[in-house]
Design a protein around this ligand. Structure first.
Ligand code: XBP
Ligand code: MG
Length: 223
């Protein structure tokens, strides 16, 4: 089971962040997240919650309502970016996916992102054989680090947690995988390299260096 943001694709710094800033401008809000600030805000999962927290911090009344409207704009803007295929898979990921498929491994997705952009991104990143099950932020009441997205994906696949590996990029994602009872492999990125990754079955900085991550290595996470 793969996470999307930061795992299948590097979506955050030059993708979501820019779309949030464009949405703030469209709503005439004096708010702009630089790379560093956005990294801190990633501790709050889910775009709408992230915006609401920033608005509340500024003492904005009706922060939740305004955040919902701003987030709708952001989702539309980011969906356009994804549809233009400006964001591709993380290096080394296509080779891992080929290896998993060659071994008959079932592939699912559990993300806290919105289905509007997740589906076109998966069509691009996973290709025609997209994931068997795709659980998005729209499908669950509680976002990561809550395990609901993973538990929902397990139920839809009708598989045991004990036979499933989660692949994540971040501390909140790792905690979601572990809380669902999944062996969890973490492939970090610039934003998550300093997260607390205690409990991860395997931690790597990349899918392809120093050696390619293989289906066999992922399988060792279950041992
Ligand atoms: C990623 C998120 C997402 C994105 C933004 O966390 O929290 O909210 O940052 O997407 P994870 P939306 O990788 O753990 O799923 O604006 O669609 O929420
Ligand atoms: Mg992630």
């Amino acid at each position: 089971m793969f996470d999307v943001d930061g795992t299948l694709a590097d979506t955050e710094r030059d993708g979501h962040r820019i779309a949030f800033n464009d949405a703030f401008a469209a709503h005439r809000l004096d708010l702009c997240w630089d790379v560093e600030r956005y990294g801190e805000l990633l501790a709050i999962t889910g775009g709408r919650r992230r915006v609401a927290a920033a608005l509340r911090e500024r003492g904005v009344e009706d922060a939740d309502d305004l955040a919902a409207r701003v987030h709708r704009t952001k989702t539309a803007l980011f969906t356009e970016v994804v549809r233009r295929r400006e964001i591709g898979p993380r290096p080394g990921l296509p080779a891992l996916l080929d290896d998993l498929r060659a071994h008959g491994v079932r592939i699912a997705v559990a993300t806290t992102g919105r289905r509007a952009w997740v589906e076109p991104l998966l069509a691009h990143v996973l290709g025609e054989d997209t994931a068997e099950v795709v659980v998005c932020g729209d499908d669950v009441a509680a976002l990561k680090p809550d395990p609901e997205a993973y538990r929902t994906a397990l139920a839809r696949l009708d598989v045991d947690a004990a036979r499933t590996v989660a692949v994540e990029d971040s501390g909140p994602g790792l905690r979601a995988g572990l809380a669902a009872g999944l062996a969890t492999v973490v492939v970090t990125n610039d934003y998550t390299a300093d997260h607390d990754l205690t409990g991860a079955a395997i931690v790597r900085e990349s899918f392809d260096a120093p050696t390619p991550l293989t289906a066999a290595e992922l399988g060792t996470a279950l041992l």
